[in-house]
Write a protein that binds this ligand. Structure first.
Ligand code: SF4
Length: 690
């Protein structure tokens, strides 16, 4: 049996594993001694590999290029030559007729790797001439990138996953590590065992709340009020580090004025928390010699998400918890390579290496390297704006790479109606997802395990994955597919392997220059910035308390609290929050095809409801119910759960039937364009005959 080093393709924890290969097939996985996981894996790491054996438990593997000549018709198997010529011809036609900005692209945050994301955005920018490329960071940690960019000048986690266990205090805000990043949850537990104080701010009694010193069970949608109240206490009680703020921060007086009215008593009215508990929590955080803030979707999937991220960043600044080990701000990125897709420039406003598209010098440098006269300077379209642009007639084609927007975007009815109006839908993927079923052209790609690539983990760590098995005969590497279409469109593009692509990228981005394949060989882990060959990489940012803002100082920020878009009423009396479940991931196209993970949950999802609410609305435990919002209704099973707060219900979004995104609302944060997936109003209807 052969052991091939890889990185788990699910969450951003970056766990290294060995794929066990026998007779050309994957037969198992075991933990490898990676920097973040130290030989441990969660159940997705151990059992999430057999989709590679095309189990067809949920959906079949895409094995050949296919074209559908009319909507609603059958897919027809075609040769690669025909598929490439068809896509190149159609994209060229749409570009000529409507301009480059009539075409939209996605990057992919899943098992495709950084090299293919780099090529995807190069194709969009250099071949088509548009910045219309985005990735699923838009629906998860987009606000973290925007908020941290604005306050600290860098959108990534400031410190490392492995540092978490040695911090003295962890403020866990809207982050259910046990379900979304079990290996990060393990670090939180180790910190607790070493004596750290744990503060959890979450409407649910999540697993981490069980080990917390304080659990602040705030009302859904009140994050900003709580963060402002924390700042108020720090300032009014003199708990902040005045010297650090004076030397390394700016905007203190405006910030102080903005939080002045957020006394704990005032915030108590909004959050539903006792004022004294708010005081206790932030006193605990301020008193710790080192403190870390970790957050997840409970912070970012709101209409006021960027403001809250800026507020959390300001708490770390006020208390001097930046620029040294075991402290910092930690947006723990969701999908395994969502950090990488952003690093590679699969975003509408940044080139690879986070050069802004408005930066003329950077554009000129990339244009010269890519052999084009110029690159577009205007920010492109976000994936959450796609439906509106299609409706407005300005988007005509959508090239979707390793994403499933007809499962993962809010208000799926709206998305489906918009998709019907597109002239061209191209899907490049490994499985027949819901989005692939709506495509005009399907381009089948190699999967994680079938190619080599580099991933970025949530803490900026680059790691190599090695090829373990041969792919199906008629599929191609993602970067090769783009290269063939580019060449057919008159832009010759050719690479022999992924390393050539990586080396081209390193030559263009000072953050990554020293992160060579050699340095990342085996279990190697290189955290950017890594500006030269002899640089070891950067476990924690802002050494010398010099921030990446133009002034070198951190910016303090507070905003007025805004309520969620929808409010409960007699017709829709409950707030719906979308959550994760530990055994499945994202749109479930991979974990849904893994036999062991399928046995964990064998029917479409659940809606968690507090027993008191269930009694009030006549909902029996484990009964089938309709869940209805202003946009649609789905059927699922009720789960009485005392760990959720009254007045709110919770659903996961993985399931094809009962997909909760039929219900969610297309309300976006004004800056990051991230949807308010954590709140829309619903009612539950019992189903009489069961
Ligand atoms: Fe994979 Fe994340 Fe589990 Fe690690 S914690 S094994 S990266 S799913």
């Amino acid at each position: 049996m052969e052991k091939v080093i890889s990185v788990c393709p699910y969450c951003g924890s970056g766990c290294k594993l060995n794929l066990l290969v026998e007779n050309g097939k994957i037969v198992g996985a075991e933990g490898a001694d990676g920097v973040t996981n130290q030989g441990e894996l969660c159940l997705k790491g151990y059992y999430g590999w057999d989709f590679l054996n095309d189990t067809k438990l949920l959906t079949p593997r895409l094995r050949h290029p296919m074209i559908r000549r009319r909507r609603g018709g059958e897919f027809e198997r075609v040769s690669w030559d025909e598929a490439v010529a068809f896509v190149a011809g159609k994209l060229g036609e749409i570009k000529r007729e409507h301009g480059p900005d009539a075409i939209m692209f996605t990057g992919s945050s899943r098992g495709t790797g950084n090299e293919s994301n780099y090529i995807a955005q190069k194709f969009a920018r250099a071949v088509i001439g548009t910045n219309n490329i985005d990735c699923c960071a838009r629906v998860c940690h987009g606000p973290s990138v925007s908020g941290l960019m604005a306050t600290l000048g860098n959108g990534a986690m400031s410190n490392s996953i492995c540092e978490i266990e040695d911090t003295d205090c962890i403020l866990v805000f809207g982050y259910n590590a046990a379900d979304s990043h079990p290996i990060v949850a393990r670090r939180i537990l180790k910190a607790k065992q070493k004596g750290a104080k744990i503060i959890v701010c979450d409407p649910r009694y999540i697993e981490t709340a069980r080990v917390a010193d304080l659990h602040l069970q705030l009302k859904n949608g009140s994050n900003m009020a709580l963060v402002n109240a924390f700042a108020h206490v720090l300032i009014s009680e003199g708990l902040y580090k005045a010297d650090f703020v004076a030397e390394h921060a700016e905007g203190f007086e405006e910030y102080k004025a903005a939080v002045a009215k957020y006394t704990p008593e005032y915030a108590a009215e909004i959050t539903g928390l006792p004022a004294e508990l708010i005081r206790q929590a932030i006193r605990l955080y301020a008193a710790a010699p080192s403190a870390t803030i970790l957050w997840g979707m409970g912070v970012t999937q709101w209409g006021q998400a960027v403001d809250v991220v800026k507020g959390l960043s300001s708490l770390a600044t006020l208390t001097g918890n930046l620029g040294r080990p075991h402290v910092g701000v930690g947006p723990v990125r969701g999908q395994n390579n969502v950090q990488g897709a952003c690093d590679m420039g699969a975003l509408p406003n940044t080139l690879p290496g986070y050069y802004d598209v408005s930066d003329a010098e950077a554009r000129a440098r990339f244009a010269e390297a890519w052999g084009v006269d110029s690159l577009p300077a205007e920010k492109g379209c976000s994936i959450t704006e796609v439906a509106h642009r299609i409706e407005a007639g300005s988007l005509k084609a959508y090239y979707i790479f390793g994403e499933d927007p007809l499962q993962t975007e809010p208000d799926l009815g709206m998305m489906r109606r918009a998709f019907e109006k597109l002239d061209l839908i191209v899907v490049q993927d490994i499985f027949m997802t819901k989005t692939a079923m709506a495509a005009d052209v399907i381009l089948p790609a190699t999967s994680w395990g079938e190619h080599e690539n580099v991933f970025s983990s949530a803490d900026r760590g680059f790691q190599r994955c090695y090829k373990a098995i041969a792919p199906p005969a008629d599929v191609k590497d993602d970067w090769e597919i783009y290269s063939l279409i580019a060449t057919a469109m008159g832009y010759p593009m050719h690479y022999d392997n992924a390393q050539q692509i990586w080396d081209e990228l390193r030559g263009l981005c000072h953050l990554y220059t020293g992160a060579s394949y050699d340095k990342m060989a085996g279990l190697g882990y290189v955290q950017w910035p890594c500006p030269s060959e002899d640089h070891p990489g950067t476990p924690w940012l802002y050494e010398g308390r010099r921030f990446d803002t133009p002034s070198g100082k951190a910016r303090l920020f507070a905003a007025e609290w805004r309520p969620p878009l929808e409010t409960v009423d007699a017709e829709y009396p409950l707030g719906l929050c979308t959550v994760r479940e530990v055994g499945h991931y994202s749109c479930r196209s991979m974990t849904g095809n893994c036999a062991a993970l399928q046995t964990l949950a064998d029917e479409p999802g659940f809606v968690q409801i507090h027993p008191e609410d269930a009694k009030q609305y006549g909902i029996a435990d484990q009964s089938l119910v309709w869940v209805a919002s202003r946009r649609g209704k789905v059927i699922t099973r009720a789960n009485h759960n005392p760990r959720v707060n009254a007045g709110a219900v919770y659903m996961t979004y993985q399931w094809w039937i009962g997909a909760c995104n039929e219900l969610t609302v297309d309300h976006l944060d004004p800056i990051s364009k991230t949807p308010e997936l954590k709140y829309c109003t619903v009612r539950l209807e019992p189903i009489a005959d069961q």
